[in-house]
Every structure is written in structure tokens, then in C-alpha cells.
Design a protein around this ligand. Structure first.
Ligand code: MV4
Length: 455
């Protein structure tokens, strides 16, 4: 096992990794930007190294700075958290060539998963269902028109190097395809330095369902069920839950089996998430793999009892899943997470600043992952998420009741937060009836606006 790990991240996830390390008896090194000098991850790590100015590009994304900090402090491994360098195959490679274990998949697998069209082909080859679409990268708009004619409109053009919603164009009729093809490839070229575009059938109102994977270095892959993440705004998830309230058990079982086969064949290691779109008839189609631990991992931890971050570290050190997991893993109850952001609950404008007062709820079935504290400052330079509130109950209703109770007791003064928004969503009948898809928030906000006018 490692004696010391560097955490190449900030905020709640940096603290989450520190907690896992403490549980394992591993020493920790925090890295921080000048804006994060007084952060809790700096306070609670055994050592801390300043790696540059506030701007991410000059600190948390600065590979030479992070590697230097790792070498100075003599760590054996780096945990990248999520975002920042977590899916940067070049960083993973530099770690390995510097003799430092990168806690994540191999650089080769990370690189493969970053090319969405290649990931799609590989998953298809191993029996994971994908949407009808192009077999490789589109040579030109002409080929796009041919494929679209076969699969039928609407279709969606996607950047192979994209993901997370960037570089996509929906095409509703052939006349607009050539123009949108040029737009998509130019956007892809300037954003990702790779103009490759592929096309697939467009699903109008999909649900977003993703499966959690953990794999060791001995060819063993465990799929830890799914999370439902349809409640999103502008590709930012707001609420996640596990299990999906609508996934049919036979679809769950078949998908988990296919993922296990595919990940074994790829030689996937460490944690990963396999994203799917669910059609209105309940079938799932693969869209992409996230080769990292995700923000919403606590809902899976609640329903399975598995400490995912601790397991990431143990498999990275070469331990076998057979020696870590208490199998068979069973689902227990239901868990829901609210992402609490420093932003105005109605306008969604960022609300950085100093926290003047705070009450963090607890009690049965409640977990709060946060690095926020009274008198602490939320800087404007990074993601606006300041806390995750997660509730577990024996069923969805109990989880919702516990979440609402905890939201009522969650006080943050000095900045605006999304707490009031979450309270309204959790009381919304459509949400309670699990009538959620990727357009849910839009409908909810329109409905709330109307309700204000009608008052
Ligand atoms: C799609 C789609 C509909 N049909 N692909 C957006 C993020 C990226 N990961 C994939 N995305 C989508 N791909 C096909 N073929 C709709 C979306 C999409 C979406 C997906 C998941 C969660 C929220 C979303 C919001 C808008 C569009």
C-alpha cells in the first residue's frame, strides 16, 4: 500500500480523498492555488504545497507544477479527483514515467475513452447497445447525409473529442445538415484541436442513466448498479439518485452484464462511469464513458455500502476486488443527492463571497460532502458547487422526506445558494412521480414562472 498520496484537486472532493486516505492510514499532500490558501483541504492534509496563482490553467491544470509538488514531497501516487487533470491521458502518462501511480485507468484506456466515436465502436463490439449512426468518423457532410438518410431524422452531429454537451448539433432535415456539419467541425477543431465528427440518431427527451464501474488490475470488473441523472440544467447535473426509479430489472441486468464483458475486454482499471440515454420505451443506448470518480458517487456508496474512493486507492495499489468487496453486492434502499451551488436560485448567476453563517444538517440517512465553513471564502475562479447533500432511505419517498428535512436545516448565509431551488423541486409533483428527463428543469422553471404570474 502507498504511504503517501498527493491529491491534485480542491474543494469537497479533495477532502473526500483525504478522508479515504485517513481511513487507510495513508499520509496526504494537498496542492493549492493562491486563492485556496485557507481551504480545508490544505488544513486537513498532512502537508500542503502551493502550485500557483488562482487561475486553474496556472495551478490545478499545470502538469509540471503538480508533478514537481509530488516529487518534492515524495508521494507514491496521485489522486486526481474529478475535473481538472482527472481525464488527461498525457498527465496520467507523465505520472507513470515519473514513477508515480496515477489513481485512475491507464493512459491508453483514458485516451481511448476520450475519443467518443472510438469508445462507441469498442462498446458496440462487446455487445453494449448503441444508437444507430455512422460507423466511424464522417469524411464530409455528404457522408453525413447518406448515414442520416438511412437512420432517419432527427440526427445529432457530435465531436468525437467532445463530451459533456460541447460540439453537438441537432439536425432535423437534410437541408440544414451541410451548414451544421461545418459549424460542428469548426467548433470541435477550435475547442478540442480535433475536428472529427460522427452522427447518431437523436433522442428527443432522453433520461440520463449511468452505471458505476470499479475494476482491479487482475481482470476483475464489478458494476455497482446505476444512477439516474436526468435533472440537469445546461449540462450541469442538479439532482442525482440511485437506483433509477424507472429502469426495468431485466434491462439493468442485461446492461450490467454487457458493461462487465466490455470493460474486461478493454482492460479497464479503477473507477469509471458508463453513460446511457434512455428512450421513452425504457431501452438504454451507450453514449460515453467517464474515466474518473464522479461528483455523484455518494449515492452509489449509500445504496451499496462500498467506499468507492477507498476502493480506487486499494485497486491502484494492486489489491484484488475479491479481497476488498463483500460480494455479492446488493442494492439497499434509495439515495438522492442535491448539488448545492453558490449561485442565485432563480437567475443561476454565480454568487461567490464569504460565508457569514452556516448550519450543516445531519441525522439519520444524511451525508454532507463539503469543504465550506463559516468565514471561508468561495472564490470566483472555480466550479460553483459548495456542498453535496445526500439522503438515504429505505425507499424513494423516505429519501425525499429526509432530503427536504435536511434542506430546511441547511443554512448558508452571506452568499446565495441553490437550496431554495432544491426545496421547490423536491416538492414538485412531477419530480415526486419520477417524471424526469433531460428537459425536466426547463419545464419546471416555466411552470414556476407561470405560478408567479398567476398569483
Ligand atoms: C444525445 C442526446 C440525444 N440524442 N445524443 C449531451 C451531453 C452528452 N454527454 C450527450 N448529450 C446528449 N446526447 C443523442 N443521440 C441528448 C443529449 C443531451 C443530454 C444528455 C444527457 C443529459 C442531459 C442532456 C441535455 C441535453 C442533451
Amino acid at each position: 500500500m502507498f504511504q503517501k498520496i498527493l491529491i491534485a484537486n480542491r474543494g469537497e472532493i479533495a477532502l473526500r480523498v483525504i478522508c479515504a486516505c485517513r481511513d487507510l492510514g495513508i499520509k496526504t499532500v494537498a496542492v493549492y492555488s493562491e486563492a485556496d490558501r485557507n481551504s480545508l483541504h490544505v488544513r486537513f492534509a498532512d502537508e500542503a504545497v502551493c502550485i500557483g496563482p488562482a487561475k486553474s490553467a496556472l495551478s490545478y491544470l499545470n502538469i509540471p507544477s503538480v508533478i514537481s509538488a509530488a516529487e518534492i514531497t515524495n508521494v507514491q501516487a496521485i489522486h486526481p479527483g474529478y475535473g481538472f487533470l482527472s481525464e488527461n491521458a498525457d498527465f496520467a502518462e507523465v505520472c507513470e514515467t515519473s514513477g508515480i501511480k496515477f489513481i485512475g485507468p491507464s493512459p491508453e484506456v483514458t485516451r481511448l475513452m476520450g475519443l467518443k466515436q472510438r469508445a462507441r465502436e469498442v462498446m458496440k463490439a462487446h455487445g453494449v447497445p448503441i444508437l444507430p449512426g455512422s460507423e466511424g468518423i464522417l469524411r464530409d457532410a455528404e457522408e453525413g447525409l447518406e448515414v442520416a438518410a438511412e437512420i432517419g431524422y432527427p440526427v445529432i452531429l457530435k465531436a468525437s473529442a467532445g463530451g459533456g454537451g460541447r460540439g453537438m448539433r441537432v439536425v432535423r432535415e437534410p437541408e440544414e445538415l451541410p451548414k451544421l456539419f461545418i459549424q460542428a467541425s469548426q467548433e470541435a477543431g477550435s475547442s478540442f484541436s480535433c475536428a472529427d465528427i460522427y452522427v447518431e440518431k437523436f433522442i428527443e427527451r432522453p433520461r440520463h442513466i449511468e452505471f458505476q464501474v470499479i475494476a482491479d488490475h487482475h481482470g476483475d470488473v464489478e458494476v455497482l448498479f446505476e444512477r439516474e441523472c436526468s435533472v440537469q440544467r445546461r449540462h450541469q447535473k442538479l439532482i442525482e439518485e440511485a437506483p433509477s426509479p424507472v429502469l426495468k430489472p431485466e434491462v439493468r441486468e442485461a446492461t450490467m452484464k454487457a458493461i462487465k464483458d466490455a470493460f474486461e475486454a478493454i482492460g479497464y482499471t479503477n473507477a469509471g462511469t458508463v453513460e446511457f440515454l434512455m428512450d421513452t420505451d425504457g431501452s438504454l443506448f451507450f453514449i460515453e464513458v467517464n474515466a474518473r470518480i464522479q461528483v455523484e458517487h455518494p449515492v452509489t456508496e449509500f445504496i451499496t455500502g462500498v467506499d468507492l474512493v477507498k476502493t480506487q486507492i486499494r485497486v491502484a495499489a494492486g489489491e484484488k476486488l475479491a479481497d476488498i468487496l463483500d460480494r455479492p453486492i446488493v442494492m439497499r434502499g434509495h439515495a438522492i443527492e442535491c448539488r448545492i451551488n453558490a449561485e442565485h436560485p432563480e437567475t443561476f448567476t454565480p454568487s461567490p463571497g464569504r460565508i457569514k453563517a452556516m448550519n450543516v444538517p445531519g441525522g439519520i440517512g444524511i451525508r454532507v460532502d463539503t469543504a465550506a465553513y463559516v468565514d471561508g471564502v468561495i472564490p470566483p475562479y472555480y466550479d460553483s458547487m459548495i456542498a453535496k447533500l445526500i439522503a438515504h432511505g429505505s425507499n424513494r419517498e423516505e429519501a425525499i422526506a429526509r432530503l427536504l428535512r435536511a434542506l430546511d436545516l441547511f443554512v448558508v448565509e452571506g452568499i446565495h445558494t441553490s437550496i431554495p431551488l432544491h426545496q421547490r423541486i423536491l416538492k414538485d409533483q412531477a419530480f415526486r412521480d419520477a417524471e424526469i428527463d433531460t428537459h425536466y428543469i426547463q419545464r419546471f422553471l416555466e411552470k414556476s414562472k407561470k405560478a408567479v404570474y398567476e398569483d
